[in-house]
Design a protein around this ligand. Structure first.
Ligand SMILES: NC(=O)c1ccc[n+]([C@@H]2O[C@H](COP(=O)([O-])OP(=O)(O)OC[C@H]3O[C@@H](n4cnc5c(N)ncnc54)[C@H](O)[C@@H]3O)[C@@H](O)[C@H]2O)c1
Length: 460
């Protein structure tokens, strides 16, 4: 296995759908999808009536009827899918779950059991709204009873799921990363524009953008509290990651779908799958994507059939010659660190992941400011913002920003895998890399092309 997964036979299908749906078709779908909300009593226009047709409601509080709530369909009933539903149901009184989809029917059933136990009627999904298999998401998208679709599968599917959800007139919550290659990035950018044109929301799972210590720290940096930015370090260094073994008799496709973290077309490698949070912060602080990436790395501890590396270091250069030194690794028994530092002419800002908070130091190293933050509040806030924006008729669309951060991570991986320096123009415009298997279906025969080896893996 000496072949880079980026240059494997895994296909070169161009799947973007840049065609704009006709305005009339879209409005018909939108009104149908939003009809159930016509009874939602809010001062702002109802979803089904927002934008093109403004209509006041009677201002009375809606009571208990299932049609008074925004209805969620979940695609991907795993850890984060269930977490995201829980966050939304906890912070929003006006949502309920009406459809579930997963590759695995048991995952859907387990999900419903958990939902009913905790949220009773608001999680009581009907039998005929539970779907399984690779096309299960389509059943959710074509369901007129679904207003918002939550997309929480493994990342490789995300761009195509988002694009189809937008074209179905659904509001979207999409977990990070939103793409694992340049082809997926282009699908996201086009879907963002269509959502804006259509008046539907897309909120993404970059919860740190809604976490108080991140928001306050970035604000201080932008106000000049640490002077001019000189450089930054960003680290996502952990000690282990899950690995799901092959069941007896499993096809290669089913195995890769189950053990998705270890296959680049599905996860993007650790830098994309996990460290996109740090990379999103880098782009936030620097005001946009980098100009170049110069990467290296390798692997010591991965199981033989994993395509992932377990260490990567990238120097990203941003406009003005500001260099961000990024690294991620998964090494047992070694120092862990998930934390970012921005260095300025007057001091430094430390921004810690999870609940570690932020601290600012002056040029002498004295702490002059600090702020706590709670990631669980941030996880909930993204769902409140999504729902509030829909109810207010001012849908948030933030996909482009997250797609840009996802592509910045992809750029680092491509640079490290190939052992080359690459620039933003190449990755965002010229690269033809598309890792998604052509015409993917349950019978698709996949092979494992192994992990990338710098100097042997070409850049495409
Ligand atoms: N924002 C965060 O901090 C955060 C935290 C954890 C996970 N995540 C993200 O959430 C996503 C899911 O992660 P997870 O930990 O829940 O993984 P998981 O493996 O627990 O769950 C994924 C689920 O999706 C299903 N699935 C996969 N492909 C599918 C398809 N094509 N159609 C329908 N179902 C499909 C799987 O069967 C599985 O049940 C990842 O993108 C991950 O990065 C984000």
């Amino acid at each position: 296995m000496t072949h880079s997964p980026e240059h494997s036979s895994v296909g070169r299908q161009i799947v973007g759908n840049d065609e704009q749906p006709s305005r009339r078709d879209f409005l018909a779908r939108k009104l149908k999808a939003g009809a159930a909300l016509a009874t939602l009593a809010v001062a702002a226009p109802c979803y089904g009536q927002s934008g093109d047709v403004q209509q006041e409601t009677d201002g009375k509080e809606a009571t208990g009827s299932s049609t008074s709530k925004l209805r969620i369909g979940l695609v991907g009933c795993g850890g984060r899918g269930m977490g995201a539903l829980g966050d939304s149901l906890t912070i929003n009184d006006n949502v309920e779950v009406v459809a579930l989809a997963d590759l695995d029917a048991n995952a859907c059933r387990r999900a419903r059991e958990g939902l009913v136990e905790q949220y009773e009627q608001r999680g009581a999904v009907a039998d005929n709204k539970i779907h399984s298999g690779l096309d299960a998401y389509k059943r959710v998208l074509e369901d007129p009873d679904v207003d918002i679709v939550y997309l929480t599968t493994s990342p490789g599917f995300r761009p195509r799921h988002i694009a189809e959800a937008v074209d179905a007139g659904k509001h979207v919550f999409a977990e990070k990363p939103t793409c694992v290659d340049p082809a997926g990035y282009h699908i996201c950018v086009a879907a963002h524009d269509r959502a804006v044109a259509n008046g539907t929301a897309i909120v993404t799972g970059t919860q740190y953008r809604r976490q108080i210590n991140y928001i306050e720290a970035v604000k201080k940096i932008q106000e000049g509290a640490i002077g001019d930015i000189i450089s930054m370090t960003a680290r996502y260094c952990t000690s282990n990651i899950w690995y799901r073994g092959r069941d007896e008799g499993m096809s290669e496709l089913d195995y890769q779908l189950k053990n998705w973290m270890h296959f680049i077309w599905l996860s993007g490698d650790q830098i994309v799958e996990q460290s996109v949070h740090n990379i999103d912060l880098m782009n936030w602080v620097m005001g946009g994507p980098p100009e170049t990436a110069f990467g290296s790395g390798g692997r010591f501890h991965r199981p033989e059939d994993s395509q992932m590396w377990d260490a990567m270091s990238i120097d990203y250069t941003y406009p003005g010659g500001k260099v961000v030194s990024f690294k991620n690794r998964t090494w047992p028994n070694c120092k862990t660190d998930n934390h970012n530092v921005v260095y300025g002419t007057k001091g430094a800002m430390h921004i810690g992941a999870g609940n570690r908070g932020s601290s600012m130091f002056d040029a002498k190293g004295v702490e002059v400011w600090s702020c706590d933050g709670n990631i669980f509040d941030a996880y909930k806030q993204e769902h409140k913002d999504l729902v509030d924006s829909i109810v207010a008729g001012k849908p948030i669309v933030e996909l482009k920003r997250t797609a840009e951060s996802s592509l910045t991570a992809v750029m680092g991986r491509m640079s490290a895998y190939a052992g080359q320096e690459i620039d933003w123009g190449f990755v965002s415009k010229e690269s033809t890399l598309n890792l998604f298997p052509e015409d993917l279906n349950e019978g698709t025969v996949l092979k494992n092309d192994g992990f990338a080896i710098p100097g042997k893996s070409a850049l495409v």
